[in-house]
Write a protein that binds this ligand. Structure first.
Ligand code: GRG
Ligand code: ZN
Length: 332
């Protein structure tokens, strides 16, 4: 029996370009009202949310609504003096995801000196287990997302020596599946989000030699649907964030040309909310900063000239990665 392809139909009136002013206003105002119910509901996401908003503004060459000093001081207050880790918001427990987002923001603004960077190194080191994997926090969840966060953070801090890189690579290699893809732990299903984490991890550790390049790139380009959008795994609907997770992985593998870039560009542009600004996962859905940063980053990888160039491994402006003299591996 034939397998039905799940997809969406694009609307007739797809914007022909990026609605810069709308998106800038959307990002500057997002979650600013502390008395709003949604503000409290976003606590657990705050520092990563700041990374999404600030990075999206940076890609559009726009300035944030807060000063860089205010942003840096907020992050400083989220650092736990004991473990050295950084939390989602003041008073929460530290977690590797927010620690990574905080270091990405501070590197972008050249403001690392406001936090205790040795504390961050100590925290990341404390999360590595004997099999080379990383926990997300002291409570013990293990995932290849956390392996990626560990090497993003330590490479930005130039302290890769703090962990056992060989064992970390062995763990990621043990998460490789028969289809060339990667999952969150050994034997877990291949998923494009985790693929980005594992390929990005191998790009930073200079070990892209362990991927089955063409099998993996084939799986990734199979994510493109007739609408032009990409899904994260077979039989799922397209979602604009996979424009980033899939496209960045294909770029690191030197296989960006294996998808139809024009069709994907149209899909991403169709996900813009022409009234509120911002991008949603699919046309007509509610826009949010997460899909906005990854939609813009995808358009940048596709060569949109009005956006800053994005680095495919770090999802940060290329000029920041150049300033830090980082050279993550890319296959040509
Ligand atoms: C951007 C530098 C940078 C770091 C972020 C946290 C992280 C590192 C990456 C997350 C990667 C990701 C999106 C993983 C997805 C995990 C997963 C199994 C999601 C499945 O969620 P569903 O079922 O989504 O809601 P689909 O699209 O499969 O229906
Ligand atoms: Zn999404």
């Amino acid at each position: 029996m034939a397998t039905l392809i799940k997809d969406i139909k694009l609307p007739d009136n797809v914007p022909s370009n990026i609605l810069f002013e709308k998106h800038i206003e959307f990002l500057k105002e997002y979650g600013q009202d502390e008395n709003n119910y949604e503000y409290g509901m976003m606590d657990y996401l705050r520092v990563s949310g700041m990374y999404w908003c600030l990075t999206a503004l940076e890609f559009m060459n726009a300035s944030p609504s807060h000063t860089i000093e205010e942003v840096a001081q907020y992050i400083k207050q989220c650092q736990d003096p004991e473990s050295g880790g950084i939390s989602a918001c003041i008073g929460h427990d530290p977690h590797i995801l927010h620690t990574t987002s905080a270091v990405q923001i501070l590197c972008t603004y050249n403001k690392l000196d406001v936090i205790d960077t040795e504390g961050v190194v100590k925290y990341i080191k404390s999360l590595q287990l004997p099999d080379g994997s990383f926990m997300g926090d002291k409570w013990g969840e293990v995932d290849t997302r956390f392996s990626f966060c560990a090497v993003v953070t330590l490479s930005l801090l130039k302290r890769m020596d703090a962990i056992d890189v060989h064992k970390a690579v062995d763990f990621v290699a043990s998460c490789k599946n028969f289809d060339g893809g990667f999952g969150s732990r050994p034997l877990s299903e291949s998923h494009a989000g985790l693929m980005f984490c594992c390929v990005g991890f191998l790009s930073i550790t200079n070990r892209l030699d362990i991927v089955d390049r063409d099998t993996l790139a084939w799986w990734l380009c199979e994510r493109q649907l007739p609408s032009g959008g990409l899904n994260g795994r077979p039989e799922k609907l397209p979602d604009v964030c996979y424009s980033w997770w899939v496209l960045s992985s294909l770029t690191m593998l030197g296989r960006l040309h294996w998808i139809d870039g024009n069709a994907l560009k149209t899909y991403i542009l169709a996900c813009q909310d022409t009234e509120t600004g911002g991008f949603a996962d699919r046309p007509g859905d509610v826009a949010d900063p997460y899909h906005t940063v990854f939609g813009l980053a995808g358009l940048s990888l596709l060569g949109h000239k009005a956006l800053q160039k994005v680095n495919p491994t770090y999802c940060m402006p290329q000029h920041v990665i150049d300033r830090l003299q980082l050279k993550p591996q890319i296959l040509l």
